[in-house]
Design a protein around this ligand. Structure first.
Ligand code: HEM
Ligand code: HEM
Length: 195
């Protein structure tokens, strides 16, 4: 039996000659996949280090260590995200699949995820510095450039905590649910594009 595939009018489906749905064959390249999974892992590290800091005794050296780890990994997220965005603008990704509505939603979600990986670390720097504290990057101490600043502190607490942070979690959850839906219900190979 022939395994040749034909792209039919809807870009959401690729069918073989007997009409069966075939997985997509295009894939994010190695650089895109490396950026994606490194940053995803680091974001998990951000929540873990914040949780560990919260669990350590107030005023203890452990608490300071976990905040330094949080700041160091967060700055790494910022640096990698800037490099990733620059690289991505020069290297278009394979087209997002699905109906026009699904495509728009997925693309908007991806843009928001890019914004979050840039905006949240910046707000984290603002949150640390506006409290008058230094920022630590793997042992390198960057002194506060703002000193104590209550307006900046209020804004960055809002962006780097509470509501906005919960929106990020909802965005990541939606992104993961969409990937799993493609993988296990639609079985269209979308997840393979990123593996
Ligand atoms: C994508 C990157 C980051 C994520 C996802 C993230 C996540 C978080 C979360 C969930 C909290 C707890 C918020 C709350 O409950 O109010 C937090 C607190 C904090 N983050 Fe980040 N963070 C990131 C990057 C950074 C960076 C780059 C810095 C500084 C260089 C930073 C500094 C802080 C500080 C100072 C706090 C408050 C700690 C305290 O309450 O004493 N974060 N972060
Ligand atoms: C914090 C964690 C994550 C972030 C920030 C993130 C971010 C992104 C971004 C920005 C894209 C678009 C890439 C581009 O077009 O340049 C993307 C694509 C993708 N992500 Fe994630 N991601 C995260 C976690 C995950 C996880 C845990 C999974 C799997 C369970 C996943 C599966 C995918 C897939 C399959 C695509 C390709 C979608 C397509 O082909 O249309 N991501 N991700």
């Amino acid at each position: 039996m022939s395994t040749q595939t034909t792209q039919i009018s809807s870009p959401s489906k690729i069918v073989d000659e007997s009409g069966r749905l075939q997985p997509y064959r295009d894939r994010y390249n190695a650089t895109a996949r490396l950026f994606h999974w490194t940053i995803a892992l680091l974001i998990a590290g951000m929540f873990l280090t914040d949780w560990m800091r919260g669990a350590a005794e107030r005023g203890s050296s452990g608490r300071v260590w976990w905040l330094s780890a949080h700041e160091s990994l967060g700055l790494l997220v910022l640096i990698l995200s800037i490099v990733r965005l620059g690289w991505r603008l020069a290297h278009p990704a394979p087209a997002v699949r699905g109906s026009p509505l699904v495509r728009k939603a997925a693309e908007a979600g991806h843009v928001l995820l890019y914004l979050a990986t840039l905006g949240l670390p910046l707000a984290g720097i603002g949150r640390a510095m506006s409290g008058g504290g230094d920022v630590v990057f793997f042992g390198l101490v960057i002194p506060s450039m703002t000193g104590r600043n209550s307006l900046l502190s209020t804004i960055t607490h809002f962006v780097h905590g509470g509501l906005v942070m919960n929106l990020l979690l909802a965005l990541i959850a939606g992104h993961v649910i969409a990937a799993l839906w493609h993988q296990f219900l639609r079985k269209d190979g979308t997840l393979q594009r990123m593996l």
